[in-house]
Design a protein around this ligand. Structure first.
Ligand SMILES: [Zn+2]
Length: 471
């Protein structure tokens, strides 16, 4: 056992600076570290996906526009290993063709504290210019039901690098323009983040444009057969809401009934709905949900939680995965704190919810949902109660949307707003170095329980798919 020591924030930062970036990794407290880790700043990702539903693959042509971050020369990007190792047909950097299997062109970087690998291109690039990376590849899809969709899992830290080249870190904001071309005699539907328009083309084609730079790991799209699905659009207080569900699946009416009260409440409390083209929902029959920019893939059970994330996670953004405990905690707290007897975290609680991971690590600590939510309740008590906390959240949302922040920066916003300094307590609650508590909810995924996109039995039969039986 070690004696408990609490640091003031400035002392803590000074100590970390003295220790260098290793050990406790102060994360993006120091922007230099983010620059060293991620090297590039993406401005725009353009992609054309030629989807062959009956053949279960997608031919992908992608183009990434980026600048080098300050002090950086060698670009690094993320792309799912399965894709890049086997199926890259074109790799071009600033109009120079590169060979993915040649060490003089490409090097694979591994990080001791992250499952994510980086692709480093062996070229030194100039500062202050837009550089262009083009990668074409074939992505195989699981055989079975014909669906092409995003499948981000922020708990495990899997982002959209499984679909296109990007940086799998929450603070990477980029504009995305994605074109989907479906090669099938069957009719398909497409919903997704931002503006989605049906194009006039030789095949069924849609273009998704996020129209602004937004967190790359929150881009959503879902493409599925029209015949198997229902898509209904309604306007709720000025917000266009599209709900897509399997025929014989989840109840679209129940989703709209929930949103008829939930959306106006969120707008009244937190401000105008953050996404100009409203909300696109793929409503699944069971499991949990995942939030995206202007969209969610969610069960009815998790829907209110995921829609709350439009404010905290999808417009305000945490800088790193490990800081993402914060938007989960705020989201959970909003619902938990309706109970007048909801209790705050104990003053002597200590954990490494944030400090247990480095800035490069993917995924976040599951204690966010329970202990994290009680930490937010402790902040609410200091501010005067639930309404006062909501007013502060509204303030943060209005000032810091699309401007990623860390846990410590959130504390700065709190102090600037109210004069309240909770640094010592946050250090104990979230940054204790010798935390011995195991994650209390390892089995509890909360609303982030695995997203289950399995179609109903009738559709499985239609496609001759035999459901795996759980034993
Ligand atoms: Zn969540």
């Amino acid at each position: 056992m070690r004696k408990m020591i609490t640091f003031s924030k400035s002392f803590f930062l000074m100590l970390l600076t003295m220790m260098g970036i290793a050990s406790l990794s102060p994360s993006l407290v120091n922007p230099q570290i983010a620059d060293d880790l991620y090297r590039i700043d993406i401005t725009r990702i353009t992609a054309v996906f030629d989807y062959y539903p009956e053949q279960y693959y997608v031919d992908c042509q992608t183009l990434v526009e980026f600048q080098m971050r300050p002090g950086q020369q060698r670009p690094v990007i993320h792309l799912d290993p399965v894709i890049r190792n086997n199926t890259i047909s074109l790799l071009r950097l600033n109009n120079e063709n590169l060979d993915f299997s040649s060490n003089s062109d490409v090097s694979i970087l591994s990080y001791s504290d992250s499952s994510q690998q980086g692709i480093e291109f062996q070229r030194d690039l100039a500062a202050g210019l837009i550089h262009i990376l083009e990668i074409s590849y074939r992505k195989s899809l699981p055989s079975g039901y014909p669906r092409f969709s995003s499948e981000v899992n922020d708990l495990e830290g899997r982002g959209n690098e499984e679909l296109f080249p990007t940086l799998n870190t929450p603070h990477e904001l980029a504009r995305h323009v994605l074109t989907f071309r479906v090669h099938s005699a069957e009719l398909f539907r497409c919903i997704g983040s931002g503006l989605v328009v049906r194009d006039n083309a030789d095949v069924q084609q849609w273009t998704l444009d996020t129209e602004r730079e937004m967190a790359s790991y929150t881009v959503m799209f879902v493409i599925m057969p029209e015949e198997d699905t229902i898509l209904e659009e309604r306007n709720i207080g000025g917000i266009n809401v599209r709900v897509l569900a399997f025929i014989g699946g989840a109840s679209i009416n129940s989703a709209f009934a929930l949103l008829e009260t939930w959306l106006p409440e969120l707008e009244a409390n937190l401000g105008p709905f953050p996404m100009p083209h409203g909300l696109s929902i793929f409503l699944v029959s069971s499991g949990g949900g995942m939030e995206y920019y202007g969209g969610t893939i969610s069960s009815l059970w998790a829907l209110d939680h995921e829609v709350f994330h439009m404010y905290f996670a999808c417009s305000t953004v945490n800088s790193t995965y490990r800081d993402s405990w914060l938007d989960e905690a705020i989201d959970s707290w909003y619902e938990n704190s309706i109970n007048p007897f909801y209790s705050p975290i104990a003053g002597d609680y200590r954990s490494n919810i944030v400090s247990g991971r480095t800035a490069a690590a993917v995924g976040f600590d599951r204690r966010a949902y329970n202990e994290g939510s009680r930490i937010i309740e402790a902040v609410a008590r200091e501010l005067g109660g639930r309404n006062e906390m909501i007013a502060f959240l509204r303030h943060v949302h209005s000032l810091y949307s699309f401007a990623p922040f860390t846990t410590l920066e959130f504390l700065d916003y709190l102090e600037n707003y109210s004069g309240l300094n909770m640094s010592d307590r946050f250090m104990t609650w979230l940054y204790s170095a010798d935390d011995t508590a195991v994650e209390s909810d390892l089995g509890f995924y909360g609303p982030h329980q695995k997203v289950d996109m399995t179609p109903p039995e009738l559709l499985l039969n239609k496609y001759g798919i035999h459901k795996k039986r759980e034993k």
